[in-house]
Design a protein around this ligand. Structure first.
Ligand SMILES: [Zn+2]
Length: 415
């Protein structure tokens, strides 16, 4: 499939001002040519802002997106209608299925990024009813999400993995039990941040439904999805994947390093060997699910850690230890500070489980790293404020005239 589609993908790339300028007569014509093509970096995309990568006339564009880097210079990406068919199809490859009977709550941002629109388009393509519930808007605080999940019989959701934990806390504050009072819910789709197996299992346990992970970016859309056996598989029928080791410069089809992707179906913004700069491990191995696609473990930035004494503590491993605590301790929120000679951890935990939870987590950290650790309990609400979980929407429209008892400082405010 890759060999069949690659020539067209390369012809499309030849229309991109960026690739014409960079590669000139060396524009690749086949797989061997692609192997000699230098990687496209995030910096290349930033330098091409806004339309330096555009390979079709502007009037063919359907949407424009940006992802915000740490440097503040935006990375632009854009898609045609044809691109959107490919994007929505890839996202819709969920083993749980998405169908007309589903009510699909989209809880990722709609502004500039692709994530909300991607889930929205995929769910619409499958005939589902979409509830747009952007997580960066004041119109949709957590209490309102819980109300929507409950009252609208939501069956599927799309969010960061942290969100269902916040919904669970908000649901409990509203007197609802996540595993009992949302009987229509049948799966939680999550992506956008690294997720350890222990945290994924814990979210599934709390809600009593499968948690289905998704991996992608605003520049590429979905790159991998989770199979029924719990592994992430790369969509190698829609893109060519390679792994780049920045230490040695080696680029190969598998192993550990940074993920490099050449999408095969892009019209508006072709990318050749785009380095996503996420740390991954790619393997070609058989999986019980039967999908003939390589597997990927996404380590992201959570793979790099901080030194504490002789050990290097990583967010990924620490998260495993926190979420390995028994579910009855109700520990969902935590934070840790890596200091030179001690790891300081705080966990939100109800009074009844305070001593056991702290002692068990401290023992687990010592056993894992052999370092000094101090685990302190925090009252529920201490890390994630109850106000944030119980607040209701307070959105005002701009107006000028106020009554005698109204606060006219709210004039022209949109929040
Ligand atoms: Zn599998």
């Amino acid at each position: 499939m890759q060999a069949r589609q690659l020539p067209l993908a390369l012809r499309r790339a030849a229309a991109s001002p960026f690739y014409r300028r960079r590669l000139g007569p060396a524009l690749p014509r086949d797989r061997a040519g692609l192997a000699d093509t230098p990687l496209t970096t995030k910096q290349d995309l930033r330098d091409s802002y806004p339309f330096g990568m555009l390979a079709v006339p502007r009037n063919r564009l359907a949407t424009y997106h940006e992802s915000s880097g740490t440097t503040g210079v935006p990375t632009a990406s854009y898609y045609t209608d044809g691109d959107w068919t490919d994007l929505a199809q890839r996202y819709a490859r969920k083993w749980t299925g998405i169908g007309p009977a589903d009510t699909f709550l989209v809880r990722t941002p709609y502004a500039l990024m692709i994530t909300g629109h991607l889930a929205h388009a995929a769910a619409r393509m499958c005939g589902a009813t979409v509830v747009p519930a952007d997580n960066r808007t004041t119109a949709m605080p957590y209490a309102r999400v819980v109300r929507a999940l409950h009252d609208l019989d939501v069956t599927l959701t799309w969010s960061l993995p942290t969100e269902p934990l916040l919904w669970a806390a908000a649901a409990r504050l509203a007197g609802l039990r996540p595993d009992r009072d949302f009987p229509s819910l049948r799966a939680l789709f999550v992506g956008g941040e690294p997720l350890s197996r222990a945290r994924r299992d814990r979210i599934a346990e709390i809600w009593g439904v499968p948690v289905v992970e998704e991996y992608g970016s605003t520049e590429t859309g979905s790159l991998a999805g989770q199979c029924p056996r719990g592994r992430l598989h790369l969509w190698a029928d829609r893109a060519i994947f390679e792994v780049y080791d920045p230490g040695t410069g080696r680029i190969g089809p598998d192993g550990c390093g940074q993920l490099v992707v050449t999408p095969l179906y892009r019209e508006a913004m072709p990318l050749l060997r785009y380095n996503i700069e996420d740390d991954v491990e790619v393997r070609y191995e058989s999986c019980g699910c039967g999908w003939a696609l390589p597997t990927v473990r996404v380590l992201g930035r959570s793979a790099s850690g901080h030194a504490v004494g002789p050990a290097t503590v990583t967010q990924a491993r620490l998260e495993e230890l926190v979420f390995a605590l028994p579910v009855r301790y109700e520990v969902m929120f935590w934070r840790a500070s890596a200091q030179p000679h001690q790891l300081r951890v705080e966990i939100e935990v109800p009074a009844g489980h305070r001593d056991a939870a702290c002692a068990e987590l401290a023992a687990a950290v010592r056993a894992e790293y052999g370092i000094e650790v101090r685990v302190d309990p925090v009252e529920p609400g201490g890390l994630v404020s109850r106000d944030a979980l119980t607040a209701t929407a307070d959105v005002v429209k701009p107006r000028g005239l106020f009554g005698p008892d109204e606060d006219w400082d709210r004039a022209l405010r949109y929040y």
